[in-house]
Design a protein around this ligand. Structure first.
Ligand code: ACM
Length: 640
């Protein structure tokens, strides 16, 4: 009896913790809440009938299925209100299924047909996205693919999100990206059930949204000088270099982006970053700074002008709005009237990060404001500013949100905090009763490098896929109801084009989607990565770029007591072999395999490494100069 009970328990556990990776065919990202594999498969017929009501908000679910089930397969798709036979039935629950909420769904793939049930169209849309992931990878093709068996395994899935805010931030200010490029980004995020696009619309490099009452923001503020190289160290533009690089979204563009996103169940959060990061606004309207007329202001073209020191941030050029100037609040009122009218989403993000105070410190107007308002520090000056801006935002019927710097000097009672300098600010804000979105550099900064700087385009820091996968938006120490979600941020200082935008986003955004959608208890990196590889195959077919950095080894250099340098190599994922050479030739699988720390030979100049899975190279050929290893060993600075 005991044995029987044990067996029964095991079966129950197996039923609930079905691991996708154990079944070669199924690789859903983000991991659903429950997935039960059933016997058999559903074969897509040549004539696909979708049964659905055709109310307008169902149209996007129907469009998604119509496109994916016809273009690659060649099947003819018909949508009917009712039919005895159907390939897919989209069913809106008459009685609310409380487990599912607004965005959850139940998907049943049977040998006879496919059923997606949800309380609303968003749930059906996500069910349809999951269904697409159950068909062969060629289903993502933009063209007809022949000789494929268009089958899905039979499954029963119940799925709903862990957080309502599942975001990506796209910085369209540092480098401008077109409306079509933003829309393509939305398409990809929606496939992974991400529902919030945060558009960072303004910064020192450019103002990207047309404000009709303030035309100079975009006639002057939307352009800089095109430079390439390492951002922050570009040569300052010469007077004769054309300021014609950049662009902006007209209000019609914005309306179209918002509509496009809404049709994919994605909300758009606009960010107007003030009072720092405001050079483009100051260029257009210098009277908004505390230093009007002190400089010939130009939008930034990547030249060095900010110093981040232990004692604070210093700007070489005044890129701030002046909290002591009433014109600033009139300006923001105009901006926010138009922004609030364009974006239906309930929140407006007002930045607040990295505001240099060195020009404020010198300003008589700020000194007078401090005296009048009893403000003791520059943080309190910023806090005064934020509280006034919060009132303007709220006067437009929106909720005010800012980066975690808005906590400094005190914040308004209804402010929502986006925690980026780690989780600390978010925890502090939640403990004070504020709503929080977690987007910490430590787990969620997609502008960071994904592997060693010797191979990655160089940026400030490294954030590997396995670390991103550890992102836990709701720390135990706070009331989880106040953590409304999480998001990853992609700053684009070093992102010049869409292919690189995709490279920086994927696969880390897969990890983010799982952090914000899937149950915490179901997360497992090895299982996740086996699914990521299946999605790499899909991306290859869909011609979307992703970073293969996860296959590249991690280098750790150490100085040894006898003055030699030791190198440890490790891999981020299991099951890879690292082959290496010190003789300048290119290693392959016939070269020595790394098994233990290496001592760099006395006169060696280069360590070359490449990772293999069996006889297939999966990593990139990495050429690591021995001088670089020596430097890292001496400074105890490694990039893991
Ligand atoms: C930020 O990364 N400056 C919010």
């Amino acid at each position: 009896m005991k044995k029987l009970l044990g067996l029964l328990c095991l079966c129950v556990i197996a039923f609930h913790s079905f691991s996708q990776s154990k079944d070669g065919g199924i690789a859903i990202i983000p991991e659903p809440v429950t997935l039960t594999k059933k016997a058999g498969e559903y074969v897509l017929p040549k004539r696909v009938i979708i049964v659905s009501n055709t109310q307008p908000e169902m149209q996007q679910v129907i469009n998604l299925l119509r496109e994916r089930l016809s273009i690659p397969t060649g099947a003819k798709v018909t949508v009917l209100n009712s039919s005895q036979i159907a390939a897919v039935r989209l069913i809106l629950n008459k009685k609310t299924d409380t487990l599912l909420g607004k965005e959850g769904y139940r998907l049943a793939v049977t040998k006879k047909g496919i059923f997606i049930r949800a309380n609303g169209p968003a749930g059906l849309f996500y069910g349809a996205q999951t269904l697409v992931q159950l068909f062969p990878k060629e289903i993502v093709s933009a063209a007809r693919v022949r000789n494929i068996r268009w089958v899905s395994p039979c499954v029963a899935i119940t799925d709903y999100p862990r957080f309502k805010w599942r975001g990506l931030m796209f910085d369209v200010a540092r480098h401008f990206f077109t409306k079509a490029e933003v829309e393509a980004y939305i398409d990809n995020m929606a496939k992974y059930k991400l529902n919030l696009l945060h558009m960072h619309l303004t910064d020192d490099e450019g103002w990207r949204i047309e404000i009709k009452s303030l035309p100079r923001l975009t006639t002057v503020g939307a352009y800089n000088v095109k430079k390439v190289g390492y951002f922050g160290s570009f040569s300052p533009p010469e007077a004769n270099e054309p300021r014609d690089y950049g662009g902006f979204y007209t209000q019609d563009d914005i309306r179209e982006i918002v509509k496009y996103a809404k049709e994919r169940f994605v909300d758009i959060l606009p960010e107007i970053d003030v009072p720092g990061h405001s050079l483009a606004a100051v260029v257009a309207y210098p009277e908004l700074s505390c230093t009007p007329g002190a400089d010939q202001y130009h939008t930034r073209s990547g030249e060095h002008f900010m110093d981040f020191t232990k004692n604070g941030i210093k700007a070489g050029i005044d890129n701030t709005l002046c909290p002591a100037n009433e014109k600033v609040y009139e300006f923001l009122d105009k901006v926010l009237t138009e922004v609030a009218g364009l974006f239906p989403f309930g929140y407006i993000h007002m930045g607040g990060d990295e505001c240099a105070k060195n020009f404020w410190e010198q300003s008589d107007a700020i000194k007078a404001l401090m005296q009048k308002e009893g403000l003791k520090t520059q943080q309190e000056v910023q806090s005064y500013f934020e509280k006034r801006v919060e009132k303007i935002v709220e006067s437009k019927g929106k909720k005010f949100m800012g980066w975690d710097e808005i906590l400094e000097g005190g914040l308004g009672p209804d402010a929502t905090v986006m925690s980026w300098r780690g989780m600390k600010g978010g925890i502090e804000a939640a403990k004070m009763g504020h709503e929080v979105v977690m987007s910490p550099t430590t787990f969620a900064y997609l502008d960071y490098m994904q592997a060693d700087p010797v191979i990655e385009p160089r940026v400030y820091a490294t954030l590997r896929l396995n670390k991103t996968y550890e992102f836990e938006p709701a720390p135990d120490s706070v009331d989880s109801k106040l953590i409304i979600g999480g998001q990853a941020n992609l700053w684009t200082e070093q992102v010049y084009n869409v292919r690189h935008l995709e490279y920086m986003t994927w696969p880390r955004a897969f990890a983010i989607s799982e952090a914000v959608w899937s149950p915490k208890s179901r997360r497992n990196f090895d299982d996740f990565f086996s699914r990521v590889e299946k999605h790499f195959d899909r991306f290859n077919i869909a011609e979307i770029k992703y970073a293969p950095s996860v296959y590249d080894p991690v280098f750790t250099a150490k100085s040894m007591p006898d003055s030699t340098v030791q190198v440890e190599l490790a891999t981020e994922v299991r099951g890879l072999d690292i082959h290496y050479s010190f003789d300048n030739s290119f290693p392959d699988q016939f070269y020595p395999k790394y098994t233990e720390p290496l001592i760099v030979p006395k006169d060696a100049a280069m360590l070359k490494v490449i990772t293999y899975r069996g006889d297939k190279p999966v990593g990139r050929m990495i050429c690591m100069p021995v001088d670089e290893l020596k430097k890292r060993a001496a400074h105890k600075r490694n990039f893991d």
